[in-house]
Each structure stands twice: as structure tokens, then as C-alpha cells.
Design a protein around this ligand. Sequence first.
Ligand SMILES: NC(=O)c1ccc[n+]([C@@H]2O[C@H](COP(=O)([O-])OP(=O)(O)OC[C@H]3O[C@@H](n4cnc5c(N)ncnc54)[C@H](O)[C@@H]3O)[C@@H](O)[C@H]2O)c1
Ligand SMILES: C[N+](C)(C)CC=O
Length: 490
Amino acid sequence: MNLKLQQYINGEWTNANSGNTRTIINPFNQEVIAEVPEGDESDAKAAIAAAREAFDLGEWSSTPATERGAFVRKIAEFIERDKEELAHLESLDTGKTVEESRGDMEDIAGVFRYFSELADKDGGELIDSPIPNSSSKVVYEPVGVCGQITPWNYPLLQASWKLAPAIATGNTLIMKPSEITPLTTIKVFELIEEAGVPAGVANLVLGTGAAIGSELSSSTDVDLISFTGGIDTGKKIMQAASSNVKNLALELGGKNPNVIFADADFEVAVDQALNGVFFHAGQICSAGTRLIVEESIHDEFVQALVERVKNFKLGSGFDEDTQMGPLISAEHLAKVENYVEAGVKEGATLAVGGKRPEDPELQNGFFYLPTIFTDCTTDMSVVQEEGFGPVITIEKFQAEDEAVKLANDSIYGLAGGVFTNDIAKAERCAAKMRMGTVWINEFNLYFPHAPWGGYKQSGIGRELGRLGMEEYTETKHIFRNHKPETMNWF
Ligand SMILES: NC(=O)c1ccc[n+]([C@@H]2O[C@H](COP(=O)([O-])OP(=O)(O)OC[C@H]3O[C@@H](n4cnc5c(N)ncnc54)[C@H](O)[C@@H]3O)[C@@H](O)[C@H]2O)c1
Ligand SMILES: C[N+](C)(C)CC=O
């Protein structure tokens, strides 16, 4: 593997202070693919100190936005150049099909391009001051030192949503990828170095959330934490971030409803319902794992889903005909098994799946069969909890209001979909669904221009789009008196 396999702190590639390492395995067959440093609090502290110094020096934050945008554009170009290598690493690390990883790399390059173009497009605002002989303006400044923590399911994609806007806006940062899937993030730091981003601006620390993530969250030298991951971790980070009232951006989980009306295009709705869940074996925050289907088409819809699911090809992400890869780890496989077991105990009916595959070629990987539960009710844990695996629950409805009520009956509010050919009905539902993204006759689509984030416990703040840039800026009002005079009050 032609990769540095080290941390990147203050422009230097380093091993962990302790000398400890972690073995990274391929979830398809458990083969060792890399040995990376396992940093601890001392590595995190060194990276925070480097980022703090680079920010407080002021050179980076006062670099013209056009120049910072040019650095970000170069990174986009290098990602496009190294797309195949990056896609290969992502599939090795996550088990997802290399076709999906190629798509991710295109999206990631697009994210860097988008923020490079946005970098110098907002120079602030002149306010029409109500005070005579004065001027009033608003300027946007970087927040400071940013801690960035990412999950294992879309390692580089989630990192790109944080790295590109932070660099474009003149912040300094410390990135901590998931300890399970660090490879593409290491590679992108090679590209950040190659692009010439100054030492100390972007730092990479490798290790666990308990050691490094909590140091980033609690340090009073960090001004902002941007986190993508599970709700429970998000809550811990929120508490730790109160140490110095950090700015906080949280992208958390989802249990995303997909409402199918009887008047939807049947084939499209079936196809999108499957795509909405089974890409990356359901390990997607916005997976449409909660299907809510109009009663009159329910049985036919379930039958069509089951027929298609039975023919899914599970296998290595590097085989061209593989449609679904493994889950990420033995631990996660056990979690999905327990989740399904709970559904069965609560009375949901297993229409298909519900176990590991028997294919001898898949026994060394963390595979789980695509699974569909019918006869589900909103009180079931499988309907309320995020399983983060290839599992769909199906509920029935009769009336539009009932469908919306079911869709909103959740602690989550990340994303949802509605399939119908009645556009007025679709718009009515979209308006009432309490989620950060609602797709009409589509599922799981995202692009850099539109904001991404959750209502309710799915998070705080937005990534992507202009709002994703604003997360990394502070707003300052500057008032100037052109004709200062004494007040003679005291
Ligand atoms: N909303 C979104 O856009 C989005 C995108 C991708 C994934 N997710 C969510 O991520 C979750 C799956 O990812 P995961 O299992 O890696 O999540 P996780 O919360 O277990 O871990 C995410 C990151 O947090 C770190 N971490 C763990 N404990 C920490 C602590 N105490 N302090 C600081 N950092 C800590 C981990 O090391 C990892 O880097 C799912 O819930 C999924 O929905 C959300
Ligand atoms: C945000 N997204 C959809 C790219 C990945 C969620 O897990």
C-alpha cells in the first residue's frame, strides 16, 4: 500500500507518542490491510497546540479568500487524479462496492470544488446605518480551531463536508476519522500537504473517540466541534463541548420514513425503496428503512420487494456483479442480529432475510441478508430505533394525514421520502414532514449545493450549501463613527 500510514501534525508525519498501533481489517474477509498509529490524548493535545498556534499567528486567517479557495481547488483536482486509488482504499476499508466508492470520490471532489468556488463569494454586507455620519458593515471571520470527528460508513465523504469549508474559510483544524476506517482520510491529508496548505492548518490524529474525540470536545483551545456519528456519542460531545461553550455542529442518526401512496409509479417506488435502503448494506444515516405503504397496494408492494431482494448478489466489493457488501465489523453484525431478534420478539413478521447468508464464500465476512419486516407498528423498537443495517420495516396507512403522522412519530428528523403522482399531495406531505430533507419521488440524493442536516435528535446545524460554509464563520458587526464628538453626559 502506497500510503504514509501516520498522523499529520504541524506539517510532519508522525507515529503515535506511545508507539501504539491499530490493525485495520477488510470486513469482507477479515484480512489485515494496514497497521496505523493509535494516538492518545497526548497526540490530540499536540495537534490542538499546532492548530491553535497556526490560527493565533493570523497569517492563515488573513490569507485572501481567493488564495484559500485555490488550495481547496487543488485538493479537488488531486482527488480527481487519484480517484481510483481512493475508491480502492475506501472499498478495502468499508467493504462497500468499488462502484459506490467511485461515486463517493466524484461527490467528494465536487464538494471540494463547490467550497473552493464559494470561498471568495461573500465579502460581507454594508448596513444602511441609522446613525448620521457613520458606517456599519458586517464581516465574516473564521471561528478558529475546529475539531472534526467522523464515522466509518462514509469515511472520506463525511470528512470532505468538514475539511473543505473549514479550509476555505481560514480556520485551522484537527480531524479525527473513525478508528475503524482511517485510510482515505490519511490519503487526503497527503493531498492537502501536496496542495501546499501551510503547516499547522490541517492536522490529522488517529485513535479512539474515548481518547482523542473527547480531548477535542473538551479542550478549551478548540473553538468548534463538528461531529458526524451516533446520537449517544453526540450527546457526550455536547456535554464536553460546554467546557468553553464551543460552537457545535452535530450530524446524527436517522430512522427515515419513506411514504408510498397507491398512485405512485409502482416500479419506480419499488426500485427507489430498495436503493434507499440496501446501498452499503443499509449503513447510511438517511437510509429509508421505515417504509409506510398505502394499504391498497401493500401486499403487492411487499411481494415485489421480496422478489427483488431474494436475488441480491452479496459479495466482495471488488467483484463487478456484487450489489451489497458486508457490514463493517463483527460488533456491528451482532448489533444488527440483536435488532432483528427484538423485532421478531415484538411480533413483526419476517418476510425475507433475518439471518446471515449460508454461502461458504461469505463466511469470513460480516455479511447479513437483506431483511424485510411486515406487520410493523410504531411502538416496535425496530420501527423506532436506527438499526444501521440492511433491514426494512413496513407499516400500512389508509389516509394522507395518518401517513404524515406515522412519518413524524420518531425522535429522529434527518430525512424522508414521499412517492405519489399527485404533486399537490406530495407538497402537502413534504411541508408537514419534520425532517431536514424531504425527497419527492426520489430517495437518498444529496449534492454540495443543498444543505444537509437533521431536525429533532438528528442533529444541530447544517453541512453543505451556503449554510455548511456559515458553520465555519463568526459574524462581526463593525460600526465606524466618521465624526466623533463628545457626549458630555458624565
Ligand atoms: N447525519 C449524518 O449526516 C450522518 C452521516 C453518517 C453517519 N451518521 C451516523 O453515524 C452513526 C454511525 O457511525 P459510528 O458508528 O462511527 O458512530 P459513533 O458515534 O460510534 O462514532 C463516530 C465518531 O465518533 C468518535 N467517538 C466515539 N466516542 C466518542 C466520544 N466519547 N467523544 C468524541 N468522539 C467519539 C468515534 O471514534 C468516531 O470517530 C449512525 O448513527 C449514523 O446515522 C450520520
Ligand atoms: C450523508 N450521507 C447520506 C452521505 C451518508 C450518511 O450516512
